[in-house]
Design a protein around this ligand. Structure first.
Ligand SMILES: NC(=O)c1ccc[n+]([C@@H]2O[C@H](COP(=O)([O-])OP(=O)(O)OC[C@H]3O[C@@H](n4cnc5c(N)ncnc54)[C@H](OP(=O)(O)O)[C@@H]3O)[C@@H](O)[C@H]2O)c1
Length: 241
């Protein structure tokens, strides 16, 4: 791209999302830090700017239609287009999460954030993405959403999960459907798994750093025009559905 590329990362105030913003910023991109809470958002923007990143804050709660619509208006007015959207924001819904006694309201809340949020933000930003010469959408998923791995004895798939893991299975399925609908456009949309990273999401028990986790998103954000779409990758390559 000849112009400075513009990205928006949801849930970018901390964890892997922050590192995705930092990594894209280090490429010289202008990066929108999507975050729902003003102070956390401003602190992240300040920290990124101190590292030399051309960062700006975008108020964004992915569960709120009004917030997402306002974020799209802000992006349209201040940036005019969007080259890369990274749908990173997610919640687990807490543990334990056994199907036999889970509160269905928790499942719905997790799906609303992890899948509904992706759909809300993606659809609101699509008109801006369509103005880009090389638009990319990266959905941060997880290998725990892989039904193949979930049914492979000995595979690392986290605790039994009635909400979080199935939400990532659904996110993968939705990613494929977007890719089908957008096949005749320039938009490439893929799901990425960051691996098991030490963040708030898992009480910092992960074995990789958030910066390592960000690498797959950066790779999928910078795919060439003939790159894949509707696929699911981690650092090692394709992940089984
Ligand atoms: N960590 C891992 O090992 C791992 C493994 C596989 C996949 N992933 C995926 O990687 C992504 C990033 O996870 P992480 O580990 O960095 O988690 P994290 O540290 O808990 O960060 C999650 C981010 O999402 C934001 N968020 C949550 N609900 C939101 C909402 N309604 N609107 C806007 N933002 C919201 C949080 O904002 P607040 O600060 O306001 O809560 C935070 O910025 C997620 O999609 C996760 O599922 C992580």
């Amino acid at each position: 791209m000849s112009e400075q590329a513009i990205a928006l990362v949801t849930g970018a105030n901390k964890g892997i999302g922050f590192e995705i913003a930092a990594g894209l910023g280090r490429l010289g991109w202008r990066v929108g830090v999507g975050a729902r809470e003003a102070q956390r958002r401003e602190e992240a923007v300040d920290k990124l700017r101190a590292e030399g990143v051309d960062a700006f804050g975008v108020a964004l709660d992915v569960t709120s239609d009004d917030s997402v619509a306002a974020a799209a208006r802000t992006m349209a007015e201040t940036q005019g287009r969007l080259d890369v959207l990274v749908n990173n924001a997610a919640i687990t819904g807490g543990v334990p999460q056994n199907p036999t006694d889970v509160d269905p309201a928790v499942v719905l809340q997790v799906v609303d954030t992890n899948v509904g949020g992706v759909i809300r933000v993606t659809n609101a930003m699509l008109p801006l993405l369509r103005r880009s010469t090389s638009p990319r959408i990266v959905n941060m998923s997880s290998s725990v959403g892989s039904l193949t791995l979930q049914t492979t004895p000995g595979a690392f798939v986290g605790p039994i999960s009635a909400a979080y893991a199935p939400s990532k299975t659904l996110l993968n399925a939705v990613t494929v459907q977007y890719a089908r609908e957008l096949v005749d456009t320039k938009i490439l949309i893929n799901a990425g798994c960051p691996g098991y990273c030490a963040t708030d999401l898992n009480g910092f028990r992960g074995t990789r750093t958030p910066e390592q986790g960000a690498q797959i998103a950066i790779q999928l954000a910078t795919l060439p025009d003939d790159g894949p779409t509707g696929r699911f990758f981690d650092d090692a390559g394709p992940v089984a559905w």
